[in-house]
Design a protein around this ligand. Structure first.
Ligand code: BMA
Length: 344
């Protein structure tokens, strides 16, 4: 395994048809925006006012997405979408039709902030659902036609459930952010394991809010599924700070240990993307960047990050594995006992 950021590689599949733009000349940050952002604008589909905080994945040569759709009565639900280029999306007007194991309709009362992760031959959707309070919902599909809801993995209150794309120690591994019922004013990232997606345990603390980076002083939460690289699991996440005008959500990056991902190897004390453009600074909720998915190509090291902007739009940003890993190591800060197993 190489520790040099110049030689770091993504471990995974080729994705030559993913969206890509080179870094604009003179741009300083490690993550740069797609030039035609936002990729999904307001009122995109009949009955849907805003789409944001959504997840995409490659599927049979094209792209599929699970979108957080704020309907015109203000409630969020999950809708499927399709795209040939991962930029122009056809979003379905009907909600994803979840059923239980017996095939009976089993629809969530509301659903938001989905992640879409393929583990082995199955795609899993994890979202924030109502389970006598905000908690995590979980469903599986192999064909994007039948969506079977499984047992809710955790007790309330919890949000930001993110499955690893690969089993670890032979178990499924899920990040989560235990929380409370409202606009949670605290929160660290934890990891839990399960042999069958039914029974969860071996809970570990992964990383804390705070440190020198004030942008993540209030709370943090997992983002897209971690990306396997030769240096460890590369993960983007959101960090929140509190101002006199409310919360500000930015994106950070961290590299977790490959075999014990509850151990942080390198964690960037700077944000890697923060609200600066009109579609991030102004919307239903101002000043929000909320990453939920990536597309990446193991051959070139290119990464495209899909993020919700101002709880109103879908934004897209780019980086490369070499660039983000080098930046993360350069600005690394050890925080509390993040580097430990997190078992106390
Ligand atoms: C969080 C979640 C996100 C949202 C963010 C900013 O608590 O509800 O869906 O993007 O707040 O409003």
């Amino acid at each position: 395994m190489s520790e040099s950021p110049n030689q770091v590689k993504i471990i995974g599949a080729s994705l030559p048809n993913m969206p890509w733009e080179e870094k604009p000349e003179g741009y300083r940050g490690p993550v740069w925006r797609h030039s035609a952002n936002p990729v999904i604008a307001r009122n995109p589909v009949k009955g849907i006012a805003r789409i944001f905080n959504s997840a995409v994945a490659p599927y049979e040569g094209k792209f599929v997405g699970v979108f957080r759709a704020e309907t015109v009565n203000g409630r969020p639900h999950l809708h499927l979408g399709w795209s040939d280029d991962a930029l122009h999306w056809q979003i379905e007007e009907e909600r994803i039709p979840f059923v239980d194991e017996s095939g009976k309709s089993y629809m969530p009362l509301y659903a938001y902030d989905p992640r879409l992760v393929k583990v082995e031959d199955t795609y899993y959707i994890i979202w924030c659902t109502d389970f006598y309070g905000a908690s995590l919902g979980l469903a599986k599909t192999k064909d994007f036609k039948t969506f079977v809801r499984m047992e809710n993995p955790f007790l309330p209150f919890n949000r930001n459930g993110v499955l690893f794309p690969k089993k670890i120690h032979g178990n499924f591994a899920m990040l989560s952010r235990p929380s409370d019922s409202g606009h949670t004013p605290f929160g660290d990232i934890f990891l839990s394991e399960s042999p069958d997606l039914l029974y969860w345990g071996k809970h570990r603390h992964v990383m804390s809010k705070g440190g020198h980076g004030w942008w993540q002083a209030l709370k943090i939460g997992g983002g897209p599924a971690p990306i396997e690289t030769t240096i460890g699991w590369l993960m983007f996440y959101h960090g929140v700070t509190q101002t006199c005008n409310g919360y500000v959500y930015s994106m950070g990056s961290v590299i977790l240990d490959k075999d014990e991902p509850s151990k942080v190897k390198y964690r960037c004390q700077n944000y890697v993307l923060t609200p600066e453009e009109w579609y991030e600074e102004r919307g239903f909720v101002d000043n929000v960047i909320f990453p939920c998915a990536t597309l990446h190509d193991a051959d070139t090291g290119r990464i495209a990050i899909y993020y919700g902007a101002a709880d109103t739009y879908v934004g897209l940003a780019y980086t490369t594995v070499e660039e983000i890993v080098a930046y993360t190591i350069e600005h690394h800060e050890t925080l509390g006992d993040d580097a430990e197993l997190g078992r106390l």
